[in-house]
Ligand binder design. Structure first.
Ligand code: 5AD
Ligand code: FES
Length: 356
C-alpha cells in the first residue's frame, strides 16, 4: 500500500477501511504526515473556511459518582477538593461570557447527583430566558433518555459525551462497572432527542494500540457526530494511571487530521489538553483541521480544582485574559476568530428555523 495514495483516496472519498487506517498509523513517515495535515487543512478550508469558533467553558461541579481510572475528579480521589457553583455563580460566568462575545456556553461537570433533572432544567431555563439566542451545550455524562429529553425541552441545544475509546475491552478496563454499549446508547438517545452531539476520544491511553485508534476512527465515521473532541491522555498524580506515559502532540494531531478527512463537516476542537502538553499544541491542532477552541469561563477560584489531568493550562488566568490570548494565538496561526453560535454546518442547513 502507498500511503500518499491512501491519503488521496481518503481526501477524495472521506472514507477508508479499518485495515488501511491501521496501515497509515503504523507506517506513516514524517513527510507523509505533513501531506495528511495539508489535506486536512484543505478540507476544513472548503467546509468552514479559516474561522475558529469559540465556546465559553463553565466547569460547574467537580463532584463525580464515577470512577474512571484516568480522571482526576474520580470518586475515589480523596485529594480532590470538591466544589459546586451556585446558580448565581453560573449566571455570572454566562454574563461574563456574553460580554466577551461568546454566544455559546458549555456547562461541564462530573456526574453529580446534586444536579438533578429539575435543577438542570431550572439552570437551562434561566440562562435561555436571559440569552435566548445563545446556545447551551451540556457535558454531564451518562443520564437516562428521560433526563436528556427534559433538558432538551428546557432549551439545551448540544451535548458532549466523549466515547473515550471505542474498543470495548479497553473501555471496560478504564471504566469500572461501565460498558461501551451503554455509552453508545446515550449518544444515540441524545441524537434521537434532537441534540447536536459531540463524541470523542483520548489518544495515548495505557495499552491503547493503533488498532484501537482505528476503531475510534471507524466509530466516529459511522456515528457521524456534529462534533468530535480529541485530546491526549495526560496522567493525573492522584489516579491509578499516574505512572503511565501520556499521549503525544504528534499522535493527537494526526488523529484530528484523520477525523477531519473522514468527516469534513465535523466541529473539531483543538483541546485544552493538547495545549497543556505543548505550549503551541492548540495552534498545531488548528493547523491540522481543528476549528473550535473552548476558553475557560469558570471563576478563577475553582479552576485548579477542576483538575482532570496534571499541568492543565489557564488555571490562573481570568476569562478576559484567555479571550485575548486565544484570539492572538488563532490570528498568529493564520486563522480568524468567530464568536457566533457556530453550529455544525450540515445541521445548520437543515435547521435554519431554529437558529434565530
Ligand atoms: N487526560 C486527558 N483527558 C482527560 N479527560 C479526563 N481525564 C483525562 C486525563 N487524565 C477527558 C475525558 C473527558 C473529558 C471531559 O476530559 O475524555 O471526557
Ligand atoms: Fe487561557 Fe491563553 S487561553 S491564557
Amino acid at each position: 500500500m502507498n500511503i500518499v495514495n491512501l491519503i488521496d483516496s481518503l481526501y477524495k472519498n472521506n472514507n477508508l477501511p479499518y485495515n488501511e487506517l491501521v496501515y497509515i498509523l503504523d507506517n506513516m513517515t514524517l513527510e507523509e504526515r505533513e501531506y495528511l495535515i495539508k489535506k486536512s487543512n484543505d478540507t476544513r478550508m472548503k467546509t468552514y473556511g479559516d474561522k475558529v469558533y469559540l465556546r465559553g467553558l463553565i466547569e460547574f461541579t467537580n463532584y463525580c459518582k464515577k470512577d474512571c481510572l484516568y480522571c482526576g475528579i474520580r470518586s475515589s480521589n480523596k485529594n480532590a477538593d470538591r466544589y459546586r457553583l451556585t446558580m448565581d455563580d453560573i449566571l455570572e460566568c454566562v454574563e461574563m461570557g456574553d460580554n466577551l462575545g461568546y454566544k455559546t456556553y458549555v456547562l461541564q461537570g462530573g456526574e453529580d447527583p446534586f444536579f438533578s433533572d429539575d435543577k438542570m432544567v431550572e439552570i437551562i431555563t434561566i440562562i435561555k430566558n436571559k440569552y435566548p439566542k445563545n446556545a447551551i451545550t451540556l457535558s454531564l455524562g451518562e443520564r437516562s433518555y428521560k433526563s436528556y429529553k427534559k433538558m432538551f425541552d428546557a432549551g439545551a441545544d448540544r451535548y458532549l459525551l466523549r466515547h473515550e475509546t471505542a474498543n470495548k475491552q479497553l473501555y471496560s478496563t478504564l471504566h469500572p462497572g461501565e460498558t461501551f454499549d451503554s455509552r453508545k446508547k446515550c449518544l444515540e438517545n441524545l441524537r434521537e432527542i434532537g441534540f447536536q452531539i459531540g463524541a470523542g476520544f483520548m489518544v495515548g491511553l495505557p495499552n491503547q494500540t493503533n488498532e484501537h485508534l482505528a476503531e475510534d476512527l471507524r466509530f466516529v465515521k459511522d456515528l457521524h457526530p456534529h462534533m468530535c473532541g480529541i485530546g491526549p491522555f495526560i496522567p493525573h498524580t492522584d489516579t491509578p494511571l499516574k505512572e503511565y506515559a501520556g499521549g503525544t502532540v504528534e499522535k493527537t494531531v494526526t488523529m484530528m487530521a484523520l477525523v477531519r478527512l473522514l468527516l469534513p463537516d465535523v466541529l473539531l476542537p483543538s483541546t485544552t489538553a493538547l495545549g497543556s502538553i505543548d505550549p503551541t499544541g492548540r495552534e498545531k491542532g488548528i493547523k491540522a483541521g481543528g476549528n473550535v477552541v473552548m476558553p475557560n469561563l469558570s471563576p478563577t477560584r475553582v479552576r485548579e480544582k477542576y483538575s482532570l489531568y496534571d499541568g492543565k493550562i489557564c488555571t490562573g488566568d481570568e476569562a478576559a485574559e484567555c479571550r485575548v490570548c486565544i484570539e492572538r494565538r488563532i490570528n498568529k496561526s493564520g486563522f480568524s476568530v468567530e464568536v457566533t453560535r457556530g453550529d455544525n454546518i450540515s445541521w445548520a442547513k437543515e435547521n435554519i428555523d431554529k437558529i434565530n
